[in-house]
Design a binder for this molecule. Sequence first.
Ligand code: NAG
Ligand code: NAG
Ligand code: NAG
Length: 448
Amino acid sequence: MSFRALPLLLVFSSTFYTAATAVSSSTLLLARSRSATPNAGAPLSAWAASVAAQSAADTARVASMLTPAPAPAPVGKGKPAKPPKNKGNSPVPIAPGRKILSIPNYVARAGLGTPAQTLLVAIDPSNDAAWVPCSACAGCVSSPSFSPTQSSTYRTVPCGSPQCAQVPSPSCPAGVGSSCGFNLTYASSTFQAVLGQDSLALENNVVVSYTFGCLRVVTGNSVPPQGLIGFGRGPLSFLSQTKGTYGSVFSYCLPNYRSSNFSGTLKLGPVGQPKKIKTTPLLYNPHRPSLYYVNMVGIRVGSKVVPVPQSALAFNPVTGSGTIIDAGTMFTRLAAPVYAAVRDAFRSRVRTPVAAPLGGFDTCYNVSVSVPTVTFMFAGAVTVTLPEENVMIHSSSGGIACLAMAAAPSDGVNAALNVLASMQQQNQRVLFDVANGRVGFSRELCTA
Ligand SMILES: *[C@@H]1O[C@H](CO)[C@@H](O)[C@H](O)[C@H]1NC(C)=O
Ligand SMILES: *[C@@H]1O[C@H](CO)[C@@H](O)[C@H](O)[C@H]1NC(C)=O
Ligand SMILES: *[C@@H]1O[C@H](CO)[C@@H](O)[C@H](O)[C@H]1NC(C)=O
């Protein structure tokens, strides 16, 4: 797919790729698009630019998903020294970060430190480590940041500690006992951070000594500006750090991407999860220990299963191919042959000529059309049927709508990875039950 080929976007010329991969600069992109084409249907081109920026940001994220990373150190046997005594499991309100912070991730209010400093952190199921911008961070966008010196409970994590062995590329030039530094990459950005611990509150759920990276240097700008909490499966993720309290179980309901209310919820632990929920086995890829792989066995458009080569859906831990559930990617990416089959079936059901491609999407309509449902089919006879809201993205003026999915990059390690993204999970409760090796889905309206 070529985002740069879109006529509406030619105006961005060579700066488009870098600007668009950084979702935080999409507002800049919009401003420029308006001034460059004052009379050429500004709302539509602004929308297209915004969607293209989002879609390109997804590309950067998906592209970095399977890129080789240093193998994490083996997880130590013991749990964190003292599992916090916390019986609370109040639902944590979440909202799309798109309007609030111009990021594709969903965000929650976190209180870090004592007294609590409030940050709007991204909730990211495909990453493990947590990190926040700390005061005097070079390259962090100006935004609230965390000031360790203002917290009476902040501690740096020393070199030689088990947590230091779990971060990517730990750096301990001054040896055991000095503070543990580390580098990491996120989408197209790289960071340098110092490992610290402090009290973390998500709504009323308090974790006494949460280990996170305090950002010192950031290069690139594809970064949630107020930090991120990894909800992946690997060491140092929220699940791993709170295993004693929440038993490696969480769920979320993502509200519609246009909503700005914190009407979605993140639920921690097994208590309060839906009792009746269809679940499919969770698959584990030792080379990508953070990711939530599931076995997607087919896709229906309307009532018909689309012809997809099984090889394009198959889970293969060696190549990383298969299907993951992610919430930091906005639009579902399907391996090229899978996407082509879905798109063709979709177009033939809609029976209306497609309009010009827009914002990275190739199946757009400029008249009102009635669209078929799309159903993801998973092992265990679990099906998730997407209503129109989860299938089509509409321009703000309502004049055009596109099938909100795209093909994965055509080459490279990510070509065979299917990523089921947030737009397709809106108003569903998605349960990640690592303890019992399953992922569940149940329709739930959480858009206020
Ligand atoms: C971290 O990144 C900095 C800047 O790129 C580099 O100087 C340093 O060597 C890196 N440290 C590690 C442990 O990779
Ligand atoms: C959501 O936002 C709308 C518009 O601002 C407001 O009227 C409504 O009360 C909000 N709902 C909730 C649950 O906060
Ligand atoms: C709508 O799309 C069709 C098919 O591409 C095209 O012929 C027509 O000009 C478009 N109409 C508008 C108003 O853009």
